[in-house]
Design a protein around this ligand. Structure first.
Ligand code: GAR
Length: 209
């Protein structure tokens, strides 16, 4: 069994997609749903699915290092095989990242390596891009820089607002993230020498599509 922990800070729609498409299927089990915010709606989603929830609020820690140490201790109690970052809006320390090297995935709302960081939808519109999307990647020390496992592309229309585009990207996120998690759970996907490997094939830097 692949023991999965999903981490999130907000709505948790990607958590929901992973619950619906991966939880207790194909050897995958979400053993905990963890938020840094007690008001995150994802906590309700997890409770509805009878998944154990944990909140570790970053307020009350004087440093990023102290928070990440405490988070690592909490997570390791569950002996996870995979951490799934699903809108977990925190920058992680190098210690945390290296501890979970090769067993931590993230989803980012852009076609990486474009638009690392925040406000990706508005930035794509402002740049006049005709195409935008989302990327699932392994987490490495380079923020939003780890090897991509899968990307989804969406068109950008003339009169799109950032909200329109975000909604279009979200729909795709809900398809690709559960798929990549299921690959990992089936031991079809790994990270080696800084590359994402699917079924023994090294994926191109911009992900399989
Ligand atoms: C998703 O769009 C995800 O790509 C983004 O946060 C959203 C969370 O939505 N992640 C980042 O911006 C990471 N830097 P959700 O809570 O509904 O899953």
């Amino acid at each position: 069994n692949c023991r999965i922990i999903v981490l999130f800070s907000g709505n948790g729609s990607n958590l929901q997609a992973i619950i619906d498409k991966c939880h207790l299927q194909g050897g995958a089990e979400i053993v905990a749903a963890v938020s840094n915010r007690e008001d995150a709606f994802g906590l309700e989603r997890a409770k509805t699915a009878a998944i154990t929830t944990e909140v570790l609020d970053h307020k009350g820690f004087d440093s990023r290092e102290a928070y990440d140490q405490a988070l690592m201790a909490l997570l390791d109690n569950y002996q996870p095989d995979l951490l799934v970052l699903a809108g977990f809006m925190r920058i992680l320390t190098p210690e945390f990242v290296s501890h979970y090297q090769g067993r931590m995935l993230n989803i980012h709302p852009s076609l990486l390596p474009k638009y690392q960081g925040l406000n990706t939808h508005q930035r794509a519109i402002d740049a006049g891009d005709k195409e935008h999307g989302a990327s699932v990647h392994f987490v490495t020390e380079e923020l939003d820089g780890g090897p991509v496992a899968l990307q989804a592309r969406v068109p950008v229309f003339e009169d799109d607002t950032a909200e329109d585009l975000a909604a279009r990207v979200h729909e795709q996120e809900h398809q690709i993230y559960p798929l990549v998690v299921s690959w990992f759970a089936a031991q079809r996907l790994s990270m080696s020498d800084g590359a994402a490997i699917l079924d023994e094939n090294r994926l191109p830097p911009d992900g399989y599509a």
